[in-house]
Design a protein around this ligand. Structure first.
Ligand SMILES: [Zn+2]
Length: 350
């Protein structure tokens, strides 16, 4: 991938150590992305996710991880905040290439620490009083978060199949509720990744060298998140008509192992990162402006990003369902339970 040439400058570092929590698309945007993803699924996908109640819940849950931002609890702020973004261009400061990223969250955290230790001049000291949730030395975990949720969804489909074969109606109902919950929450993060400002150090205006004179306005982020959509609207029907059917995840040129989707998720994120500069170009040309008439080009850009998220999400859901392996441990436990129940029935009552 192409990483923006980075020259260390005070502004860039300031932005790094001051990374605020971001919401990406406002609730309405996340809700739309989740529900469009449902529309991309094939007819043979489990029908319980498409009842009106489930559709509403999956839409509602698209906003949940942003609701978690509101808590003052430091442990949640620490683990939830960086899950919503990944500032790819900051990797330059750590001298880490995208191809060198560990596919595992904690190993990546160690890579960051090693990068800091090896290049101390790139990182001014962090004031602990301004870093109570200990997130200022992080650059985000978004692709790991998505990959981990995909694993949880696959697991839920695995145990649902076992409960459907040999469980109680209550167990089946609970497993289905879990799937709806995971689908809804993970949709949030795939949506976040399609907001290009969630993939870059330029998340609240351009930082550092700025020869092309891009906007340095902090509110640009909130404007793209929700202000733009609120002002100009999104036609769900129009977007729906552009949806392609979901397909099992297979990114061109990216090896996709059933037990490790990180490369495919990172590929998706990198594609959105490539839209950072086009976004700033459109903004500079006034094509994302709320003070002018709607620019079709700007509108197509914003809604196109949302559509990409819906497609990726539908592909991930479909992949999880299709690739969910049998849960042999649960199968064995359910067989033992059934045998024990049958034995009790055969014994005469005393
Ligand atoms: Zn978010």
């Amino acid at each position: 991938m192409k990483i923006f040439a980075t020259r260390l400058c005070f502004l860039a570092v300031l932005a790094l150590i001051g990374t605020p929590c971001c919401r990406a698309w406002d609730y309405e945007g996340h809700r739309l992305i989740n529900q469009l993803a449902l529309d991309s699924l094939p007819k043979n996908f489990p029908a319980f996710v498409r009842t009106p109640v489930a559709r509403e819940r999956i839409g509602f849950l698209g906003g949940d991880p942003d609701r978690w931002h509101k808590t003052p609890d430091l442990a949640l702020r620490h683990c939830n905040g960086p899950d919503h973004y990944f500032d790819i261009d900051y990797l330059d400061l750590y001298k880490i290439e995208v191809s060198q990223l560990s596919h595992f969250r904690y190993e990546f955290a160690a890579q960051l620490a090693a990068g800091r230790a090896a290049h101390p001049k790139h990182f001014p000291p962090i004031d602990p009083l301004k870093d109570s949730d200990r997130t200022k030395s992080l650059i985000g975990f978004l692709p790991w978060t998505i990959t981990e949720y995909q694993g949880k969804l696959k697991s839920a489909f695995s145990y649902l199949k076992e409960y459907e074969a040999a469980g109680t109606p209550e167990e089946v109902a609970n497993a289905r509720e879990n799937i709806i919950y995971i689908m809804g929450v993970m949709g949030h993060f795939i949506g976040d990744a399609s907001q290009p400002l969630h993939t870059t150090k330029h998340h609240h205006g351009w930082v550092g060298d700025n020869p092309k004179g891009y906007s340095t306005n902090y509110p640009i982020h909130a404007w793209i998140d929700g202000g733009y959509i609120q002002q100009f609207g999104v036609s769900a029907d129009k977007l729906r008509s552009k949806l392609r059917p979901a397909s099992t995840l297979a990114m061109a040129g990216v090896p996709v192992a059933q037990t490790n989707l990180f490369p495919a998720v990172m590929f998706y994120l990198d594609e959105q990162f490539k839209q950072v500069e086009p976004l700033y170009v459109l903004e500079k040309a006034g094509k994302l402006s709320g003070r002018r008439e709607l620019s079709q080009e700007g509108h197509d850009f914003i809604t196109g990003q949302m559509l990409k998220a819906s497609q990726m999400l539908g592909d991930l859901w479909l992949t999880a369902w299709q690739q969910a392996p049998p849960d042999m441990f649960l199968r064995s436990a359910l067989m033992k339970r059934k045998a024990a129940a049958e034995q009790r029935l055969e014994q005469p009552a005393r």
